[in-house]
Design a protein around this ligand. Structure first.
Ligand SMILES: NC(=O)c1ccc[n+]([C@@H]2O[C@H](COP(=O)([O-])OP(=O)(O)OC[C@H]3O[C@@H](n4cnc5c(N)ncnc54)[C@H](O)[C@@H]3O)[C@@H](O)[C@H]2O)c1
Ligand SMILES: O=C(O)CC[C@@H](O)C(=O)O
Length: 399
């Protein structure tokens, strides 16, 4: 697919409410932003499920204003040369605050106590007396000195782990793929679990902060529940699919799991005994919505305007200072001699290369080349067509 859009105004389609301060990044002279375009250059979204959506031919980028990308057909996008971004860490503080709130509130039976108090509305003067008599049903536990198990020590998990220490909890964390950056930010007082089994055996509360993938789907199930302490509380602010809900319903019924606090209610969850359903509020703060919208919009604009890529989940990150020279950006298979073949395509037109960058990620690579000469705009479709003929090229774009 060749995507010559040089000089044309670009269209951004939103699929969810995106904070306006983020969308204002797209200046009106060069961008149209709406929620109905049939043929956008880029899409900015939150939780909208894109799996059954057709991807239009002009689509170059999708930005998830948030962390999880399980609502986007990432592999299909890669095959079509569509870059997918997310906004790592931009909503982590919001989620952390709600995890810690839920940890304390559930441990103190606050959700149940408040719901009960509201049922007394019609009792008039009797209310204070009834409250004093009924409060014994909501005696809870303090979290101080208890052990919190954190599965996944990324942007959110690491913040939760560090702050739980400040609440005088013992914290044990498990993440076999922990990034160097997160490891540096993690308190040395967080115990490292060498296996999930070790974490399950010691935790009074478990909080899960991993992405939903083929590997993590259903990772908490009847087999893993058996390895946990009786009455453990499980918090899930990541994705519903991480939990086998049939097994969870039974474990809650038997008391094996004390409570299941989840940000992902569905019919099954709402029927569960001792489930605390929260309506996906983890990232719902003004601050987080703004952070995510700004980050997502900036990343898309930078890519459309310059070809530079930051925080992609399927393309390699790549950056070349943009000088205004004609830039050719190609996404291609990561096989030998691609760069040689692309650069030799320019020599037919007597074009010199001023600068270039080539980065790879798995089976694919991305190359940006700045041309030193003034390039006649009429030549661009020919140059792109020539590069497109090279076996292994997925997309070519001239900026
Ligand atoms: N409730 C909400 O509103 C909300 C908001 C933000 C994120 N989320 C969800 O939370 C997830 C985590 O967000 P994040 O910002 O911390 O992401 P992140 O990418 O910073 O961290 C994820 C961590 O999980 C680790 N991991 C992956 N597989 C693992 C496994 N099998 N066992 C243990 N660790 C594993 C990774 O190494 C990484 O450190 C997101 O993928 C998203 O689904 C939900
Ligand atoms: O957009 C939201 O409200 C939720 C985002 C969250 O689920 C994420 O994965 O970042």
């Amino acid at each position: 697919m060749s995507t010559t859009t040089l000089g044309k105004a670009k269209t951004i389609k939103t699929l969810n409410n995106i904070a306006s301060c983020g969308l204002s990044v797209f200046n009106k002279e060069n961008y149209t932003v709406n929620n109905e375009s049939e043929n956008p250059d880029a899409i900015v979204l939150r939780s909208f499920n894109m799996h059954s959506m057709e991807l239009n031919a002009q689509l170059k980028a999708i930005a998830r204003a948030g962390a999880g990308v399980n609502n986007i057909p990432v592999d299909k996008c890669t095959e079509k040369g569509i870059v997918v971004f997310n906004t790592p860490g931009a909503n982590a503080n919001a989620v952390k605050e709600l995890v810690l709130t839920s940890l304390i509130a559930s441990s103190r039976n606050l959700f149940e106590g408040v719901a009960w108090a509201k049922t007394l509305e019609k009792e008039g003067e009797q209310i204070p007396k009834l409250v004093e008599a009924g409060k014994k049903n909501f005696v809870g536990n303090e979290i101080r000195g208890k052990t919190l198990g954190v599965i996944g020590l990324g942007a959110i998990g690491a913040l939760v782990a560090n702050d739980a220490l400040d609440l005088d909890m013992e914290v044990i964390g498990f993440d076999p793929f922990i990034s160097v950056d997160t490891a540096w930010n993690l308190s040395r007082n967080v115990h490292r679990a060498m296996s999930l089994e070790q974490l399950f055996a010691t935790a009074d509360y478990i909080t899960v902060h991993v992405p939903l993938t083929g590997d993590t789907k259903g990772m908490l199930n009847k087999e893993t529940f058996k390895l946990m302490k009786d009455g453990v509380y499980i918090m899930n602010f990541s994705r519903g699919g991480l939990i086998n809900e049939i097994d969870m319903a039974l474990a809650l019924e038997s008391g094996k799991i004390g409570k299941y606090i989840t940000d992902f209610p569905n019919e099954e969850v709402l029927r569960m005994k001792n489930a605390i359903p929260i309506p996906h509020l983890g990232a719902s703060t003004n601050e987080s919505e703004e952070n995510c919208a700004i980050m997502a919009s900036r990343q898309v604009k930078e890519y459309l305007d310059t070809g530079n890529i930051k925080n992609s989940v399927n393309f390699p990150n790549a950056s070349l200072p943009y000088t205004g020279k004609t830039r050719v950006a190609a996404f291609h298979k990561n096989v030998p001699n691609m760069v040689g073949q692309i650069t030799s395509a320019f020599s037919n037109y007597h074009l010199n290369i001023a600068d270039m960058v080539n980065r790879s990620r798995g089976d694919y690579a991305y190359t940006m080349i700045d041309i030193d000469n003034e390039v006649d705009k009429d030549m661009i479709p020919d140059i792109e067509a020539k590069i497109k003929q090279i076996d292994g090229i997925v997309t070519v774009r001239t900026i």
